[in-house]
Design a protein around this ligand. Sequence first.
Ligand SMILES: Nc1nc2c(ncn2[C@@H]2O[C@H](COP(=O)(O)OP(=O)(O)OP(=O)(O)O)[C@@H](O)[C@H]2O)c(=O)[nH]1
Length: 309
Amino acid sequence: METPKILLMGLRRGGKSSIRQVVFHNMQPLETLYLESTSRPTEENMDSLVKFQLQELPGQLDVFQANQEDQSHLYSDVSSIIYVIDSQDEYLMALQNLVQIVETAYKVNPKIHFEVLIHKVDGLNEDFRQDTQRDIIQRVTDELTDMDITNADLTFHMTSIFDHSIVEAFSRIVQKLVPKLSSLTQLLDIFCARSGIEKVFLFDANSKIYLATDSSPVDVETYQICSDFIDVSIDLANLYSKNGSMQSQSGSQQLSCLSKLQNGVNVYLSYMVKGLLLLGMSRSDSQQKLVLVENNICVLRDGLEMIYT
Ligand SMILES: Nc1nc2c(ncn2[C@@H]2O[C@H](COP(=O)(O)OP(=O)(O)OP(=O)(O)O)[C@@H](O)[C@H]2O)c(=O)[nH]1
């Protein structure tokens, strides 16, 4: 099977490289201030529950100067297009550019997921945030309707690299590409029911993107706690790993721990397969339950190994 391709697009200085660095290379958000403008396409590869290649196209590259054949080639094997809009800047040009991209790409490949990031929302107050979101969605939808494009799969996300919203958005984007996701969700539902766990996630250890969860809703606060918990656990695991390596991957592969948070929630964390960490949360605890959860984690790991490796 071909590796799904995701394009990261948008105008110059929109925040594309910052997003790539923060999500895939753990760069501190403030360090992105010093990033230079990208001049050539740059790639990231992920091989976990889902295999994909993320390709950042420089903002200075005008795809509309390319001829029809080149454009068709660009979009033909693309699964998703992530389009970044700088919400702190004048965004009409960006919307025009986005609509043009959707029009061309949709004709070539109607199955593409268009993921619009209304980005840098950290600089907007709550009211202005809602107004900006409403305005952008309205304008894009109107333009596309005028072009008779009503079935394109467009999703809007409010993001910032200064909080967890960007990784949360990436999680939702990447999950659409996970093979057999609905079966996996069912499997996690069963795992929760049989283990007395209230919420479970499967995280990519490196990026903290969650690739699957059970069918109960996810709230941002829970996601933030989980993401921070994984960071701390991997740091500790690396500190005490046998070879003393500071590589997060080596630490995460030995991870298996249970902790009780200040709010009384028990967190189970365990390495599964292919760089994946399982994180489960539960309010109740007992020795009997711990044994049950550990046993069910082993069964789930074997199942994932059979399906995905
Ligand atoms: N406030 C805020 N600034 C951000 C955010 N994301 C990126 N930036 C800033 O936006 C500026 C431009 O970011 P880049 O990542 O270089 O933008 P780009 O889209 O890759 O630009 P090109 O390489 O020219 O196409 C940098 O100064 C970043 O620090 C965000 O979420 N909030």
